[in-house]
Write a protein that binds this ligand. Sequence first.
Ligand code: AMP
Length: 280
Amino acid sequence: MQILTTIAEMRQARLELRLRRRTLGLVPTMGALHAGHLSLVATARAGCDAVAVSIFVNPTQFGPNEDFARYPRTFDADCALLEEAGVDFVFAPSTAEMYPPGASTYVAVEGVSDRLDGASRPGHFRGVTTVVSKLFNIVAPEWVYFGQKDAAQVAVLRRMVRDLNFDVEVVVCPIVRDDDGLAMSSRNRYLTPEERRQALVLRRTLCRIEEEAAAGITSSAVLIDAGRAVLVEEPKVRVDYFAIVDPETLVDLENVNAGNTLVAVAAFVGNTRLIDNVLI
Ligand code: AMP
């Protein structure tokens, strides 16, 4: 496994693969890797000749009062996991490499970037779309792998790839959960044992909605009420958003659209913001 820290090195590695007619898959991450990230790597390995994983805690997607400074950075452990998983390249640039002084160009997907996480975290998706565009230009993968865990991000990035004609295929992988049902996240390590127990209410809420929808309820308002009845079981969990939306536009749906509906929740447990979702 090669660890590359400059754009020039990554481009050279890409060029050599191309000369050997080998395809490349990219898994963008911010590190602090867990089994969710590794599931993306495994899917990439199965579909591409070579796999690159980027590790970059992207400052432009964090708000001024968010956790950029304390975001977990576990580079050596991440590399050991990626080596074990059979990754070919780790691309781990510095902030200065990605954003040289005076960098002032951004990619913004209007509308969809202002919904769900975009509404609660102004500017977040502009940071995501900018860094992912840069990664596409630097790594030039045939395929890129994202997790359904970040459902709003998936909607924004799919739109960006379509609108800007990026020559890359987006592959979305299912949410990986811990045994207790909590969606895996690098931020779960912030949780105290008690907060972790409280956080399980998010999964229970989504399961209740799934059950009610399976029983034939289609009204989003009725389903949201059923979900809220579960959420109140943990009064210390502060809901940020809880919505039933179209998975492509993230616009609220009045009624569940069979086979094409996203139920998404974000909540603060202690100071930690967690997200989860289900497609019904
Ligand atoms: P992050 O390092 O949090 O930026 O995540 C990198 C990628 O891993 C994103 O595409 C996430 O959606 C994906 N990911 C994170 N957690 C999970 C999970 N529990 N299951 C599946 N994919 C995940």
